[in-house]
Design a protein around this ligand. Structure first.
Ligand SMILES: *[C@@H]1O[C@H](CO)[C@@H](O)[C@H](O)[C@H]1NC(C)=O
Ligand SMILES: *[C@@H]1O[C@H](CO)[C@@H](O)[C@H](O)[C@H]1NC(C)=O
Ligand SMILES: *[C@@H]1O[C@H](CO)[C@@H](O)[C@H](O)[C@H]1NC(C)=O
Ligand SMILES: *[C@@H]1O[C@H](CO)[C@@H](O)[C@H](O)[C@H]1NC(C)=O
Ligand SMILES: *[C@@H]1O[C@H](CO)[C@@H](O)[C@H](O)[C@H]1NC(C)=O
Ligand SMILES: CC(=O)N[C@H]1CO[C@H](CO)[C@@H](O)[C@@H]1O
Length: 362
């Protein structure tokens, strides 16, 4: 009896170590950086990016995936200040309705003051893979992003990494910092979603299949209508069109169906995976967090399909910013009066002055 169970135990230990060895050699050999060049239409987006697109190939959930990203050296475009190995790196995380390129002004500003800037597109977005089947979680996207940094040999022991996220990217930046506090030196969130738990406030669950129908029907007028009211508080400038068309291009592109499906899974992800309860645990190792909000931002996932009494409770960033800043350790709150969900676009100068001022104030 004892011998049998001992033999069983030894067998189990041997077979599981074989499995572990296989997994580690498998993931070790299958992650790589491809510097391209790539065709204009990459994974269903033919939007022209401001800098060369590279691809991080890796294995995730038993499939080969690619994350597209841009990697700006410090002091790009300043020939008198040649790029040098920089101990500072910034990682810029896009929101659900944007892609890496929307950060271009932030990226050039950070590069100008000496940051290497990594700008990924998450799996399911933009020029990255759009898998037919994927268990989307904020943790999985954070893990993918951490894998990209490792593949680029960005070692947090010798490099300070500043993580900056907007909207869904802000929620992801919070999750990333909770998972990898030793990697994140400083955290900055710009109108992050997830400052409240919408489901706890009464937002009804919606089937992924229903979200898919809405996503698949997206077009210029539906995207612009949404962004005009929540991002820009009713105003519009022709310079905002480029970001709408960048999305229309994907919805109508060669991977449009997979993109709409991935985006429906993303809606489910942010609705069901709150971070707000963990804000008190945010401890980037540099000790500081910046929270930027437009006080007229009204973004709230599920507001569109909630009853009016629930709608009235959601998305009050004038209140939510202060609430979050009171809970997050060492948090600096910068409010942009009269602005909505995208202060980095609507008041780019004011935003970059606030961001760079905070970064240099340590
Ligand atoms: C990281 O930033 C801290 C200040 O927050 C500084 O003391 C430290 O030297 C920096 N580390 C590197 C590797 O630059
Ligand atoms: C755009 O989408 C909206 C909502 O899905 C729809 O009502 C409208 O007819 C569409 N417009 C065009 C020009 O297709
Ligand atoms: C991208 O695709 C759109 C159609 O979706 C087309 O109008 C446009 O010319 C393409 N642009 C490039 C750079 O290929
Ligand atoms: C707050 O941030 C500063 C750096 O700006 C750091 O020196 C200090 O230790 C932090 N305090 C806490 C409680 O983390
Ligand atoms: C920084 O951003 C502002 C707009 O916000 C832009 O006008 C300026 O050119 C940028 N600076 C650099 C060095 O890229
Ligand atoms: C899923 C998918 O289509 N992935 C493609 C993304 O783009 C890279 C680079 O061209 C391709 O190798 C992948 O097949």
């Amino acid at each position: 009896m004892k011998l049998v169970s001992l033999v069983g135990l030894v067998y189990w230990a041997l077979s599981s170590s074989v499995v572990l060895a296989r997994q580690s050699s498998c993931s070790g050999s299958s992650s790589s950086i491809d510097d391209g060049p790539f065709p204009a239409d990459l994974n269903g987006s033919n939007f022209t990016y401001p800098w060369p697109v590279k691809v991080y190939r890796f294995t995730s959930q038993n499939q080969e995936l690619e994350m597209a990203f841009m990697d700006l050296p410090p002091r790009i475009g300043r020939p008198s200040c040649p790029p040098t190995a920089s101990p500072k790196t910034a990682v810029l995380l896009h929101g659900k309705n944007f892609c890496g390129p929307t950060w271009w002004e932030t990226a050039t500003n950070l590069s100008a003051v000496g940051y290497r800037v990594i700008v990924p597109d998450q799996v399911g977005f933009c020029k990255s893979s759009k898998p037919d089947r994927y268990q989307f979680s904020l943790q999985q996207l954070a893990l993918n992003t951490r894998g990209l940094l490792s593949a680029l040999s960005i070692d947090p022991a010798s490099t300070n990494v500043t993580v900056i996220g907007h909207s869904m990217g802000g929620m992801l930046a919070a999750r990333f910092t909770l998972m990898y506090p030793e990697t994140v030196s400083e955290l900055a969130m710009v109108d992050p979603i997830g400052l409240e738990d919408w489901k706890a406030l009464g937002v009804p669950y919606i089937a992924i299949d229903s979200s898919y129908v809405t996503e698949h029907a997206s077009n210029y007028s539906s995207i612009r209508g949404y962004e005009q009211s929540t991002y820009y508080v009713g105003s519009w400038s022709p310079t905002y069109d480029v970001w709408v068309n960048m999305l229309v291009n994907i919805y109508q592109g060669s991977k449009g169906v997979q993109y709409a499906w991935n985006q429906a899974l993303i809606v489910d992800m942010v609705l069901t995976q709150p971070v707000v309860y963990e804000f008190g645990l945010l401890k980037p190792h540099g000790g500081r967090t910046l929270l930027v909000v437009g006080d007229k931002d009204t973004t709230a996932i599920g507001k569109q399909w909630s009853p009016p009494a629930v709608q009235a409770k959601l998305g009050h960033y004038d209140v939510l910013g202060k609430q979050a800043a009171a809970v997050i350790p060492n948090c600096t709150l910068v409010e942009f009066p009269g602005l909505g969900h995208a202060p980095q676009i609507q008041d780019a100068k004011g935003f970059h002055a606030a961001l760079l001022g905070w970064l240099s104030s340590n």
